[in-house]
Design a protein. Structure first.
Length: 359
């Protein structure tokens, strides 16, 4: 079986070309094709190349037109900008399939009033990676936005489509009603080329691993730490999605993250890598600067009205006078010594559940 790679090479002084060639067999390649590829490699080596990411996943959210453009190029002489437009003659999914999969479009829009203290934008640009946001939705993998230059306001317009219908109903409800959805603002992650290499220690036989005891019984040498950099966190309440909301635009202030505790001597003897923030930049003053992150969520169909998902409006009720929206959580605050109140609440909950489930 042959494995193929498909690539688009865009270089200055050449047209956009798409190659579909065998990665293991070039015996059938003509001399003209080999010369073209060599010329293409020479152009890339001299002028560089550009990559434009086209988020095709947004087509699952019901969009029929996708329009993407790159930033203006300054290092190309013959190529100034790339514009890509994809059009569909009808939506990608039928209405029945859309209701079943319930696509949700999550858009990390922008961050505003990014801090320039105690580290200036100039220093951050010289020593840190571009500004990007990181998030994780309902147990899925972590996702990073595209990096942008260090400026007071940064616009990502990062779109991610999530098919809620393929997620576990229980886990989705717990995620939407549990702790807030977090978006991390990484504006001071050090570049890998300026991070100092970790020191290595070898024994007399040239064996590095022999110096670190994985059992934790004897040697007290700490393994090299993993570089860690501070970042900001914005938290968003997504519970309105369970109350029938179909579109949300939320702004949330950015707070500094909690600095991890220094590993103790006992934890350093374990195999887990410790965090090293000795050379990290100081945390940004997000609160003083008024840093805010904006996110947008758009559902193809409301969760509570979907015929194939999350039938919350059909939840059992004690009486017809009860509100249409079921309670999700009630929090009681009481003095520690008032244990009798806690017993009354527990008995009331047990009695209510018994009536609802006809126990």
């Amino acid at each position: 079986k042959q494995w193929y790679q498909r690539r688009v090479a865009i270089t200055a002084g050449s047209d956009v070309k798409t190659d579909r060639t065998s990665a293991t067999d070039l015996s059938g390649t003509t001399p003209t094709e080999l010369r073209r590829r060599k010329m293409e490699r020479d152009l890339v080596s001299e002028y560089g190349k550009c990559v434009l990411t086209v988020p095709l996943s947004s087509l699952f959210a019901g969009n029929t037109v996708l329009f993407v453009r790159s930033e203006p190029f300054s290092h190309f002489t013959a190529l100034k900008q790339i514009i890509v437009k994809i059009s569909l003659n009808k939506p990608l999914m039928s209405d029945t399939l859309s209701r079943e999969l319930c696509p949700m479009k999550l858009n990390i829009v922008k961050s505003k009033n990014n801090p320039n203290t105690p580290v200036s934008y100039k220093e951050l640009s010289d020593q840190c990676m571009p500004v990007f946001a990181r998030y994780q939705f309902c147990g899925q993998g972590r996702t990073d936005t595209e990096g942008k230059p260090h400026d007071p306001d940064v616009e990502w317009n990062h779109t991610h489509v999530i098919l809620l219908g393929v997620l576990s109903r229980t886990k989705l409800e717990e995620f939407l009603t549990g702790p807030p959805f977090e978006v991390e603002l990484h504006d001071r992650d050090r570049r890998t080329d300026i991070i100092k290499p970790l020191p290595k220690i070898f024994d007399m036989h040239g064996n590095e691993e022999a110096l670190f005891d994985t059992t934790g019984k004897s040697k007290a040498l700490q393994p090299p730490g993993v570089p860690w950099d501070p970042y900001g966190i914005a938290k968003f309440d997504l519970s309105p999605l369970l109350l029938g909301e179909q579109k949300l635009r939320i702004k949330s202030p950015v707070l500094p993250c909690v600095r991890p505790q220094t590993s103790s001597r006992n934890s350093a003897l374990k195999t887990e890598a410790r965090l090293d923030y000795s050379e990290a930049k100081p945390s940004g003053r997000y609160l003083e600067s008024g840093t805010v992150i904006t996110v947008e969520l758009s559902l193809a169909h409301p969760l509570v009205n979907s015929t194939n998902y999350l039938q919350l409006t059909q939840a059992p009720r004690i009486s017809e006078e009860q509100n249409d929206w079921p309670f999700v959580r009630i929090v009681y605050f009481m003095p520690y010594e008032k244990s009798s109140h806690l017993e009354d609440i527990v008995n009331q909950v047990l009695e209510t559940n018994a009536k609802v489930f006809k126990l």
